[in-house]
Every structure is written in structure tokens, then in C-alpha cells.
Design a protein around this ligand. Structure first.
Ligand code: ADP
Ligand code: MG
Length: 339
């Protein structure tokens, strides 16, 4: 996938430390650690055949990467190169969900953001700040209404210069697939750490809740607190995860589709807790774009997920469903948003 940056390595290592000791006493777990989808991943499976199950999980991630990545010969890469292409039923399913979430979030989540993300250099690693004119031109080649999927799974664009970027949803989908695959095999306890995405299968082997550390968006050696949960995905998006600096300004990888510039709506990070991993991933990106007020209104109107927002001015806002399961570190005060 894309060029990986050292910062991601720091992030994952901090996350691994936060999660260490999760296994509980007497549990036998097996882990696979690997690099995929442009990030470090670790999958830990508990119970019988744990080793074999962890290998199956890794294979499943790699299979999905080969389908959805923007590089190589993936179905998506072919569409982006040719301007059209045929997709499998599985890829079609992911595209349709992405488009549906794009509508639900009124364009805050937009997989056609591809040419804009590309212009900023986030795919190649050759970072640059495009000028307003270029951004304006590129933005006119985005919008999910410009993607068509025919009955026989052929994907076409209404305009030239369009492309698809599943970077905001792919890891969430992959985590959910692995969760479901392991559950089908009878596994009742597993932990998937896919970069900033955590997907939990069941509870810890001793039956207690997992404790997932939420990192500070301001200092990656610190966490702001812990969420206790079972059998959900916990996905964090933030401008601190991938960025470059030019002339003292930070430019990060989550683009506000309405401006074509990195989203700058008062949030430093967004964590979404949801039993649907794909939705958790897409919403963490979308809510980051929406900002505090937009995210709170969206949660009140739609529900089906819980969230934790960290604002640029270092406030923590949690939705009522997760408030009792979040333990802030000393010094952090949380505000609870209720319906
Ligand atoms: P990460 O994948 O780094 O954990 P996200 O899930 O927030 O973080 O996804 C960000 C990625 O999604 C970007 O690197 C880019 O490829 C893509 N992207 C950026 N802005 C948007 C957007 N508004 N809607 C959908 N995808 C986006
Ligand atoms: Mg996302």
C-alpha cells in the first residue's frame, strides 16, 4: 500500500503497550504480527487452535488488502488506473456501504476524495501543498453521485479524473471480516489491533471486559483514558496519525471534502465504538470532518454507535452509552452528551 511513515510505528507500539497483559491468567493466546494496509497489525487469538486461527486471520487481512488497496493489481487500483473496471460481489458490497455512509454523513465521508488525497501526496509520500485553484479543480471531480455500479458489477465514473480511496474504511471492514471469520470457527476471544483500529471478538478469555487505551492526540506517549468493552470495534481517527509540516503548518490526511483541505473543525481525534467495524471506521473519519457540533448532532439523530471526541482545546466529550465504560486519566474531565 502507501509508503509507511515511522510515526505509525510509534503509534502502534504505544497501543500495543496499552493493551499488553490483556490475556488474563491461564489463557493461552497466539499472536501474528505483520505489516499490512499500510500499518502494523497484531492479531491475538485465544483458545483451541489459537495459532492456526491467528494465521487464518492474517491471511484474511492480506486477501482483503489485495482486493481494496489503491496499489498493485487490486480491483480498486485497476478502476483508478483505467477510469472503470469490474468488481467482485465483495468489493461491490464495500463500495455500496461506503456510498450509503457517504449519503448518511452528507458527504463528510467521501471515497471519491482520491484525487485530492493524491494531490497532497498522501499516497506517494511526496507531500506538497496544492494551491486553491488546483484544489478547486480537483474537488469538482469528486462526489459519490458520480460513481455508478451496474447490475453486472461494472464500476464507472461520470467524469474523467475520478478515483476511489477506501483508506477510511478498509481496516474497519477487514477487522470485522476477521471477527466474523473467527467467530464462525468457534473462537470466542480474540483481539485485532489494526493500526488505530481495535476490533474485539467476545470478552477477554477470563470473561472480563477488554481495556483499550485511547491515546492522546497531543502526545503519543500518553493516553487520555481507557475504554472497557467487549465484542465491538473501537476506531480512532485523528490528524496526528499521518501528516507533514510545511512552513510551520501541519497538514494531515483527513480531508474535508467541502474544502479539499485537511479538516480543521476543532477536533484533535475521534474514537467510535460500534459493533459494525466498517461503520466505526467510516464514522471516525466522518465525525472528525464534521467537528464537535456536527458530530454531536449526528450522534443524537442517528445513534447505533458511541463516540469519544477530543477537541483541539483538550476537552473530552463522550456519548452517554460509553460514558460509564470510559475511565479518563487523572487530570482529564469529560463532558457527557446525551439524547
Ligand atoms: P487511518 O486509516 O489512518 O486510520 P482514517 O480511518 O481516518 O485513518 O482514514 C483516513 C484515510 O481515508 C486517509 O488517509 C485518506 O486515504 C482517506 N480519506 C481522507 N479524507 C477522507 C474523507 N473525508 N472521506 C473518506 N476518506 C477519506
Ligand atoms: Mg476511518
Amino acid at each position: 500500500m502507501r509508503k509507511h511513515m515511522g510515526r505509525t510505528a510509534c503509534l502502534i507500539i504505544s497501543m500495543l503497550l496499552l493493551l499488553s497483559g490483556c490475556g488474563g491468567e491461564g489463557s493461552t493466546g497466539a499472536s501474528e504480527e505483520f505489516f499490512a494496509m499500510d500499518t502494523y497489525m497484531r492479531i491475538t487469538v485465544y483458545g483451541d487452535d489459537a495459532e492456526e486461527m491467528a494465521e487464518e486471520a492474517k491471511d484474511e487481512i492480506e486477501r482483503i488488502e489485495a482486493l481494496l488497496s489503491i496499489t498493485g493489481e487490486s480491483e480498486i487500483a485497476v478502476i483508478n488506473a483505467e477510469g472503470e473496471g469490474d468488481v467482485s460481489d465483495e468489493t461491490r458490497g464495500v463500495l455500496e456501504r461506503a456510498i450509503e455512509i457517504g449519503k448518511l454523513t452528507e458527504g463528510a465521508f467521501d471515497i471519491t476524495i482520491y484525487p485530492v488525497v493524491d494531490a497532497w501526496g498522501f499516497f506517494s509520500g511526496d507531500y506538497r501543498v496544492p494551491d486553491e485553484e488546483e484544489i478547486g479543480e480537483l474537488i469538482s471531480h469528486t462526489g459519490i453521485e458520480n460513481i455508478s455500479i451496474s447490475d453486472d458489477n461494472s464500476v464507472t465514473f461520470a467524469q474523467q479524473g475520478m478515483g476511489i480511496d477506501l483508506g477510511g474504511i478498509g481496516k474497519g471492514y477487514a477487522g470485522q471480516r476477521v471477527h466474523d471469520l473467527l467467530a464462525d470457527y468457534g473462537v470466542s476471544s480474540a483481539l485485532m489491533e489494526l493500526g488505530g483500529n481495535v476490533c474485539l471478538l467476545g470478552a477477554k478469555p477470563d470473561g472480563s471486559l477488554w481495556r483499550v487505551g485511547i491515546m492522546s492526540p497531543f502526545d503519543d506517549s500518553e493516553r487520555i483514558g481507557v475504554i472497557e468493552a467487549e465484542d465491538v470495534s473501537i476506531v480512532t481517527s485523528g490528524g496526528y496519525q499521518r501528516y507533514f509540516m510545511e512552513d510551520g503548518v501541519v497538514y494531515h490526511h483527513i480531508i474535508d471534502p467541502s474544502t479539499g483541505f485537511p479538516a480543521d473543525n476543532g477536533l484533535a481525534s475521534v474514537t467510535v465504538v460500534c459493533s459494525d467495524g466498517l461503520l466505526a471506521d467510516a464514522l471516525s473519519t466522518a465525525l472528525f470532518v464534521m467537528g464537535e457540533d456536527g458530530a454531536c448532532s449526528f450522534w443524537k439523530e442517528n445513534g447505533g454507535f458511541e463516540m469519544l471526541l477530543v477537541t483541539d482545546d483538550e476537552r473530552i466529550i463522550v456519548s452517554s452509552g460509553v460514558a460509564d465504560f470510559f475511565q479518563p486519566e487523572d487530570g482529564y474531565i469529560t463532558e457527557v452528551v446525551s439524547r
